[in-house]
Design a protein. Sequence first.
Length: 220
Amino acid sequence: MPSATALLTFVAALVVLEITPGPDMMLVVARGVGQGRRVALLTVIGMVFVAGVVQVGLLVLGVASLLQAYPAGLVILKWAGALYMLYLGVRMILASLAAHRDKRSAVGRISDWSAIRQGTINSLTNPKSLLFMFAFLPQFVDPGAGPIWLQLLVLGSIQKLAGILSLGSVAMASGTVGQWLYRWPGLLAWQQRFTGVVMIGLGLRLLLSGNAGPAPAAHR
């Protein structure tokens, strides 16, 4: 197990990570406002319980060491995340425009499975989460404190489970805002467009940032 000092330092860094906005949080906000609490919470489930299992499993299997040895791998993951954010941003804008042309009262709905799938893919390609887990988290491992794989498992699990509190709270709050906005469908459509523009901006920023990895707590 990690030492108490390392664990407290890790939790402090994790708090900063969770409260700073980024791709995962923006997607949850968009889903909460546009489709309601249920879809937003299903998006969080995809991020925490599906993507989380994959990410923690890869971390324990040694992907952190592999990415540190081959930094180009992390750059490729960053580009993949940037392209996916661009895709989601464009899709949100097009969906809001289609809803306006069809004179519908709400932005197009998505299925429960689509919400989980999009949350999973968004988290798996989220540069902020990847940088923290694969580049920053291993620094809290103490080889003298027990099996390294067990420490990585504990720290990685803590990071992903923290998303239940942070992203779950965002899902509930954005769902409440979405219910209020449904009284004004025009505002709801403009919110969808604004979120799409922000997602595109985040994606472009990552694409134009080059090979230099940003600080773990700067891009969520």
